[in-house]
Design a protein around this ligand. Structure first.
Ligand code: 5AD
Ligand code: SF4
Length: 434
């Protein structure tokens, strides 16, 4: 039997899809890229902004037309969580709906028709590893599920439920298993990774995220540890110092700013100020001068004045982010700011203009930073090679940059020293320094 799966959204969703693929393999399914030959079609959805959600229903219609007779369609993930039953009503071709917190039930739900499993009280945390998966040199590893924060704009607590940390022994044994299969780099996943340890579903020893990093870095074979996403509020000194001093922890970090204005941060309920964010970024840079910092920014949040936006531009300037994901605010149901209605609403054209200004300035900053890269050295984990006329190897540097090494076929999984000779805007280009 054949499975076609489409995955939208974040790394958490990617891991959930891997998990479902693993479970379904045990049931005899094999993956296909051709929706027409699939017996089971899954869409693993994201609901963080409105646009992809709107596209979902036209996509279901398209799949319903293309699918072979008898093939089933299942809608999984975050939009499944918050729309539930409504999806079946709007799209009668859908056979089942499986929420982001219930993905371990995939093997049961495929045998039921018109079933809906979307409980966010369901504790999926100890099941997330119970599956076979294909692994290369990198692997995703959940350390917590759900989110306890109440950011005014965010639907995730509604779709993924309360935060539960996964027990340390489970994480460590899964990491060991992955290492024994040749995995060199782990990406630890959670909605607020550096809040690890606040709540376990069963009695558990006290351990925080810095402690977890120390434990995982003891594992032989695991040479690199990354994580996403940490919350700026929980970036205390212990965390920053562990990040800086642990040689296995890669020196790139996501610091989701959302807004640079303390006033807007307050109405977003982010729990930190502009000054705290700048203070943490500057401490980070003083501990790790070469650190790569990424961020998420929302423009046009209700009440955002030109001065508030200037504060965001200010932070962009001062931190000089290496990666920027930026969005126009999109009101989402089940969130605090959705209920504000028209109150403080920023006109679409004002928000779009601010987004363009932000992105243009960021591009300029990247150009300025790119020049500084020439001649620098990076440790690169080789992830891919391409043979042929324009052969090359490529991988990521410790601080998260994509690095291409032209003319060489290197061993996948090796970590090599590379000197940068060019920067084409998309990736750094360099040569292996033997
Ligand atoms: N509107 C726009 N962007 C949003 N994000 C989350 N919720 C919304 C929303 N309602 C952005 C945040 C978050 C990223 C995953 O998506 O920046 O960090
Ligand atoms: Fe990931 Fe959030 Fe989108 Fe869910 S809503 S897939 S948690 S980004």
């Amino acid at each position: 039997m054949k499975l076609y799966i489409e995955t939208l959204g974040c790394a958490m969703n990617m891991r959930d899809s891997e998990h479902m693929i693993g479970e379904l393999k045990k049931q005899g399914y094999r993956a296909t890229d051709d929706v027409k030959e699939a017996d089971l079609i899954l869409i693993n959805t994201c609901s963080v902004r409105e646009k992809p959600e709107r596209k979902l229903f036209s996509e279901i219609g398209q799949f319903a037309r293309l699918k072979k007779p008898g093939a089933k369609i299942g809608i999984c993930g975050c939009t499944a969580s918050h729309m539930g039953e409504e999806i079946l009503k709007k799209a009668p071709s859908v056979n089942f709906v499986l929420g982001a917190r219930n993905i371990s039930k995939i093997s049961e739900i495929i045998h039921k028709d018109k079933a809906v499993e979307v409980s966010i009280d369901y504790d999926d945390s100890t099941y997330v590893f119970d599956t076979a998966r294909n692994t290369g040199v990198k692997a995703l590893l959940n350390i917590s599920i759900g989110c306890d924060k109440k950011c005014a704009y965010c639907i995730v607590p509604h779709t993924r439920g309360k935060e539960i940390s996964i027990p340390l022994d489970l994480i460590v044994s899964e990491a060991r298993k992955l290492a024994s299969k040749g995995v060199k780099e782990l990406m630890l996943l959670g909605q607020n990774v550096n809040n690890y340890g606040v709540r376990f579903s069963t009695p558990h020893q006290r351990i925080n995220f810095a402690g977890l990093l120390r434990e995982i870095s003891q594992i032989d074979g695991i040479e690199r540890i990354r994580f996403t996403s940490p919350h700026p509020l929980h970036m205390d000194d212990e965390f920053l110092e562990e990040f800086a001093s642990n040689p296995k922890v890669c020196k790139s970090i996501h610091m989701p700013l959302q807004s640079g204005s303390t006033k807007i941060l307050k109405s977003m309920r982010r729990g930190y100020s502009k000054e705290w964010f700048l203070n943490r970024a500057s401490k980070l840079k003083s501990l790790v001068p070469n650190v790569g910092i990424g961020t998420d920014i929302i423009v046009g949040f209700p009440g955002e004045s030109e001065e508030d936006f200037a504060d965001t531009m200010d932070v962009l300037e001062e931190v000089g982010f290496d990666t920027l994901y930026s969005f126009v605010y999109s009101p989402r149901p089940h969130t605090e700011s959705y209920d504000w209605g028209e109150n403080g609403k920023i006109p679409q054209e004002v928000a779009s203009e601010r987004l363009a200004r932000l992105q243009n300035r960021h591009k300029e900053i990247l150009k300025e930073k790119a020049k500084q890269e020439i001649g620098s050295y990076h440790r690169v984990l080789i992830e891919n090679t391409k043979t042929g006329l324009e052969s090359f190897s490529e991988g990521r540097s410790d601080n998260g940059k994509l690095v291409k090494i032209p003319g060489e076929i290197l061993t996948i999984g090796e970590i090599l020293d590379v000197q940068i000779s060019e920067n084409d805007g998309g990736s750094l280009i360099g040569r292996w320094v033997r």
